[in-house]
Design a protein around this ligand. Structure first.
Ligand code: ZN
Length: 146
């Protein structure tokens, strides 16, 4: 039941990420929108991601480094226009406190490359009560092999 374990994810300083690249390299590998969100802490337009409608079994991976982030079994329809999950794969994401926009929110990033994924809010469904509100552009989906 690894999904249910709460993670004491500290904010890893940038130099501790396993995958580290200069911005120029990220810019060459990512689309401009991916770069804006993953490396620049941007937010995609709600409803913009085809991953909103993704309902197959499988795994959501980091679009930056390919690390598995969420199992499709934890995805739920939040009605926000962003792909939402009630738990990440344990240890695969990290969080930091984000005080921008006059709010205190918990920012969520890939634990391997530090790429910005979205935010987590305490108003999700059972069993965790958490809502990982993710940018679809920060992820890609790998359907489960038959
Ligand atoms: Zn990553």
């Amino acid at each position: 039941m690894a999904f249910f374990k709460r993670e004491a994810a500290g904010a890893a300083p940038a130099e501790q990420y396993e995958v580290r690249k200069p911005d120029a390299e990220w810019r060459a590998e990512l689309t401009p929108e991916q770069f804006r969100v993953l490396r620049g802490h941007g937010t995609e337009r709600p409803g913009a991601s085809p991953l909103n409608a993704e309902k197959r079994p499988g795994t959501f991976l980091c679009a930056g480094c390919g690390q598995a982030l969420f199992d499709a079994g934890t995805k739920f329809e939040s009605g926000t226009g962003w792909p939402s999950f009630w738990a990440p794969l344990e240890g695969h994401v990290g969080t930091t406190t984000d005080r921008s926009l006059f709010m205190t929110r918990t920012e969520v990033h890939c634990a391997r490359c530090g790429g910005h994924l979205g935010h987590v809010f305490p108003d999700g469904p059972k069993p965790t009560g958490e809502r990982y509100c993710m940018n679809g552009v920060s992820m890609r989906f790998e359907p489960k092999a038959e």
